[in-house]
Design a binder for this molecule. Structure first.
Ligand SMILES: [Fe+2]
Ligand SMILES: [Fe+2]
Length: 357
């Protein structure tokens, strides 16, 4: 199926609604300052951005997101924890792809008159994300639960992020998305016996979309010297890396059944994704985290254990105020661990520039 941006919302209107369980780890929907975005001076990265625009227009994946005959069968043999964990995985992935679609679509709409280059770029990225979300929603339908994305559009709460934060966080989410998809794909290439559903066959070309989106955000970020030349930019870079990585670690460990079904060790997977994303981010960010520090992963692991305690309290039948009170020390411990990681000496990416591409 080939979808164009104008077809996308209609394609994603579905019948049965799946209630979205909300927690701190749920993907969010964002909006930003369109006026400020339109006035960004992009001249320092003009060549790169023009080259990326040509690539996006070429639309290498226009025939990729077509469901083949392998999908045409019943998936009722996937049961129990593996089924639930897979549905959760699809749900979260679908929402985050859709969140990207909405943000890019809004940016494109609001920049049309003032910044034609950005407007086209965002419209082409929205095209890709609509395909990704639509494809995942069809996979969910195979398991009897689709998401009503048009309902979600109208009823979601949007979080405002200044454009600078959008550039850091979307860059990271595109690159972490790339690594997540490609690592699963390469693992299944070597272990086809764990390929329990044909979706994973699509990840190789799919992740190239995310890689391209990440490269566009890298060019946007590097076009703004204050996002990589200042001392505050170093602090922000490490802050966003840490929040994205902590969220990743917690969500991966909340859904271990899915990774076990694929024959993947969740902790190893999580750490490989974090290492690779951190390494990649050194090409765009002024500063990275030291993932090789002996405290780095153990502290993230401790956060997972504390998060399990929080889930246990949440699942109990105590009154809300008591749950809140009981959760507080665990939440403070998580913040303490994250703070200690944040305060570890980072990696100076600007000093490495020239050796790191
Ligand atoms: Fe995507
Ligand atoms: Fe993307």
């Amino acid at each position: 199926m080939i979808s164009t941006p104008s077809q996308a919302p209609a394609e994603m209107t579905v019948t049965k609604n799946k209630a979205l369980k909300e927690n701190i780890l749920t993907p969010r929907f964002y909006t930003t300052d369109f006026e400020k975005t339109a006035n960004l001076d992009l001249s320092a990265q003009d060549t790169e951005l023009q080259a990326m625009l040509e690539e996006m227009r070429a639309d290498y994946n226009r025939h990729h997101f077509v469901r083949n005959e392998e999908f045409a069968q019943s998936w009722d043999h996937i049961t129990g924890e593996a089924r639930q964990a897979f549905i959760d995985y699809l749900e979260r992935s679908c929402v985050s792809e859709f969140s990207g679609f909405l943000l890019f679509k809004e940016l494109s709409r609001n920049l049309k008159q003032r910044s034609p280059l950005l407007a086209e770029m965002f419209s082409l990225m929205a095209r890709d994300e609509a395909r990704h979300a639509g494809f995942l929603n069809k996979a969910m339908a195979d398991f009897g639960c689709t998401m009503d994305l048009s309902y979600l559009t109208k009823h979601r709460v949007y979080t405002f992020f200044p454009i600078e934060w959008v550039l850091y966080t979307v860059y990271l989410s595109e690159k972490i998305g790339y690594w997540r998809y490609i690592i699963i794909y390469r693992h299944l290439e070597q272990h086809p016996e764990h390929q329990f559903y044909p979706l994973f066959n699509y990840f190789e070309s799919w992740c190239q979309d995310e890689n391209r989106h990440g490269d566009i955000f890298k060019a946007l970020l590097r076009s703004q010297p204050k996002l990589w030349q200042t001392w505050t930019s170093r602090l922000w870079s490490r802050f966003f890396l840490l929040t994205v990585f902590a969220t990743h670690t917690l969500t991966v460990h909340e859904r271990t059944g899915f990774y076990h079904a694929l024959g993947i060790d969740p902790t190893e997977f999580d750490q490989e994704v974090i290492r690779k994303t951190n390494e990649t981010a050194l090409r765009a960010f002024p500063s990275g985290l030291n993932t090789e520090h002996p405290e780095f992963f153990p502290r993230l692991q401790d956060c997972c254990k504390l998060n399990e305690k929080l889930a246990e309290i949440d699942a109990s039948s105590q009154p809300k105020w008591l749950k809140g009170l009981k959760k507080l020390p665990f939440q403070l411990s998580i913040v303490g661990h994250l703070l200690r990681i944040y305060l570890l000496k980072g990696i100076d990416a600007e000093a490495l520039r020239g050796t790191v591409r």
